[in-house]
Every structure is written in C-alpha cells, then in structure tokens.
Write a protein that binds this ligand. Structure first.
Ligand SMILES: [Fe+2]
Ligand SMILES: [Fe+2]
Length: 394
C-alpha cells in the first residue's frame, strides 16, 4: 500500500476511534501516535502532501487515488467541510493531534466551538472547503485554507496536456490518468474563488495551439455543462471530452498542421480524418470514455447535418458533441491563427448566434452566450515551452 493511502486510512481510523473513546483513553492516544508515524513516512516521501476530498474520490496532488474510489470517508470529510488538506513537513505530534480534534468536531457537527477554543494550534496543517458547485464555502476557523490560495496556476496542466499529446504521438498510449487529473484541477481552478471563473489561456506561440486549445475547450465545456445544471461527475465527463476532442490530430502530419495558407484537397482530407482517428484512439484506450469518443467523432458535425465526417444516415449527434462544438468554434475564433488574427469575444458570440439553428444547437448556443455574461473570464498566458506538437485550427 502506498504511503498516502496508508496515511489516509490511519487518519480516518483514528477519527473513528476518537469518536468512540474519551480524551484520556489509551486506545485513542495509541491511534493518534500510529497515524502520526504514517504521516511521518508520507512526509519523508513528499514534504508537502495535498489532498482534495471530492464527493466520490480523493485527489492526491493532481492524481486521483484509484485505490480510494467510492471511499465513504471522502464524502464524509467533504461534507464536514474538509475538502482540501495540506500538510507541511515539520508538523509536530501535538499539531497533528490538534488537527484530528478539529476534524473530529467538524465531523460531529461542532466545529466552530472547537476552532474558537484552539486559536493557534494547527499551523502546519491547513484544511478547508472548496466549493464545487459555484460557491466556495468557508468552514471558518484558524488554520483553515483560504479558498483564495487555490487560485489557479495552469503551468502544470499545460505540461500535462503536452505530455498527453506527446505520449499519444510517440508511444500511441492515451495518458488517461493525466487527462482526468487535468480535468479535476480545472474544476478546482474554476471554483477557487467566490465566483465561478473560466480560466482561459491566451495563445502565445503557434506551437502551443494544441495545449491551449484543448485546455480551453475542456474548461468551456465544463463551465457550460455546469451552467446547464449537470452534476459534478457529468461536468467532469464533459471536461474530459473537451480536453480530448482533437486528440486525433496527433496522426496528422506536422507540415499540414502548421501550413499557413489554404490546404490542398488531399491535405484537407488528411486533416478531416482527425475526428475518426480521435474516436478510435479513445475507444481503444478505455471503454468508459464513451462520451469522449462520441465527441471526438462528432465535434465537427453541424446540427443541419453539414460538416464532417459525412454521415450516411442523418441522426442527431450526442448532446456532449453539440456542446463541445460550440466551445470548440468559440475558442478557435478567439485565437490568433497563422492566417488570421483572433476575433473579439463579442464578434465570436455574434457568429455563434447567427449560425444558431443551422450549425449550432440553439439552446446550447443561447446557454453559452448567457454563461459568457455570467461567469468571469480569466485569461492568462501559458508558460513558454518547446517540443509541443503543433495543431492547426479546427
Ligand atoms: Fe477538431
Ligand atoms: Fe478543436
């Protein structure tokens, strides 16, 4: 068992024991000490472990802990207001015991009383709430992690997306864990302050088109799904689908992708193959990504049946495909391309409005326009990097 899993299991075992035995009971003291040992082992491996307890899973750093999927304690901790836990190296046994008492009180519903009684106890352990439904909830109290400190820095996400594309291009494997971690991290970034923000990246170099575009479409798809009232799990599925929608472009030769002028008919045919290739890549990697493969296949199909791949029999595309289609076109229009400058947001929204009913699903197009007014856009630039695969506009 890994050190973070052992630590979390010992932590929750201790919380359970503490709820059963009085303060002076030896069983309780023994459990605290045992758990502190597990923490020391973890800190030797990682001097600043960070956990997020979501409703149905635990994220360690940026990775979902597969061993603890559907772990009931994740929900219990999240419900009690411990959605995020950060521990610094050097934490003492007393500090840890103080934290356990606070957490125990929160779990039993008496958090505020204890936190006012213990003002400066927990300093190297921070914990707090991260609102996942648009509102950050402060559990309050000393030592709590201010939600503002979770404000986004997407450097690691950009790196992870680069890695996903590289792995696909070079090794032919889809780095699914990384994709899921990026989506979780984007969800946290969106909800890191009191208002929902849409953390979009502005393209700095044409070489970064793949990463910035994929991240932006993932973020927009999640924000839009949330606007439409989907639950957290569905929102993440839409995010993964948005993130991976252009994965098929790893099979398109670079000279076609970066060509500034008009593509020849042959080149166009190669580029237009990316939805089919993308769907195949995703289907081959994991059958649980049904939505992502549908989106990869259908994201260039218009609601009047136009676009590509050409459907032999007309049918309605998956809802997620229609949703990602809007986000995809919006981000492509608002990005500098070798052959044209980026459009202003209003112009792109007007374009989507005009083509609502022919290219775009009208209700989704309308929701998108509303969302852009309601949510705050945060536009940042990705870090400069090299070796990023280059992908042309969709
Ligand atoms: Fe595409
Ligand atoms: Fe795209």
């Amino acid at each position: 068992m890994s050190a973070p899993v052992e630590f979390l299991l010992s932590l929750t075992r201790t919380l359970a024991i503490m709820s059963l035995y009085g303060e002076t009971h030896p069983r309780r003291q023994g459990a605290v000490e045992h758990s502190y040992e597990r923490l020391t082992t973890l800190l030797a491996e990682n001097p600043r472990p960070q956990f997020s307890f979501l409703m149905d899973e635990v994220v360690y750093g940026k990775r979902a802990m597969r061993e603890l999927q559907e772990w009931e304690w994740s929900r219990r901790l999240a419900d009690a207001g411990v959605q995020r836990l950060e521990i610094d190296d050097g934490v003492t046994l007393d500090e840890y015991a103080g934290f356990l008492e606070l957490a125990g009180d929160l779990l039993s519903g008496g958090g505020s009383r204890t936190t006012t009684m213990r003002p400066n106890v927990v300093t190297r352990i921070r914990f707090g709430a991260v609102g996942l439904q648009g509102e950050a909830r402060e559990a309050g109290g000393e030592g709590r992690l201010a939600t503002a400190t979770l404000s986004y820095a997407l450097d690691e996400e950009v790196e992870a997306v680069r890695f996903i594309h590289q792995e696909m291009g070079e090794a032919g494997t889809l780095a699914l864990l990384e994709a899921e971690a990026v989506v979780r991290s984007l969800s946290l970034a969106m909800h890191s302050s009191n208002r929902v923000v849409i953390p979009l990246l502005k393209l700095k170099e044409f070489d970064q088109y793949t990463t910035t575009h994929s991240l932006n479409v993932g973020v927009l798809a999640m924000a839009l799904a949330e606007t439409l009232g989907f639950g957290a799990r569905d929102v993440r599925a839409f995010g993964t689908a948005g993130l991976l929608h252009d994965i098929g472009k790893v099979r398109v030769p670079r000279d076609i992708l970066i060509k500034p002028g008009k593509l020849s008919a042959e080149e166009r045919a190669v580029l237009d193959q990316h939805p089919v290739d993308g769907a195949r890549i995703i289907l081959e990697s994991d059958e649980q990504l049904g939505i992502a493969s549908a989106v990869a296949y259908e994201h260039h199909i218009m609601i009047d049946g136009g676009g590509y791949p050409v459907m032999r029999y007309r049918r309605e595309c998956h809802f997620a495909s229609r949703l990602v289609h809007v986000c995809d076109v919006f981000d492509a229009l608002c990005t500098d391309r070798p052959y044209r400058a980026a459009w202003e947001i209003d112009r792109a929204l007007a374009y989507i409005g005009e083509r609502s009913g022919s290219e775009f699903d009208p209700s989704i197009a309308r929701a998108f326009a509303t969302m852009m007014q309601r949510f705050e856009l945060q536009i940042g630039a990705p870090p400069t990097g090299d070796a990023a695969p280059v992908v042309a506009a969709s």
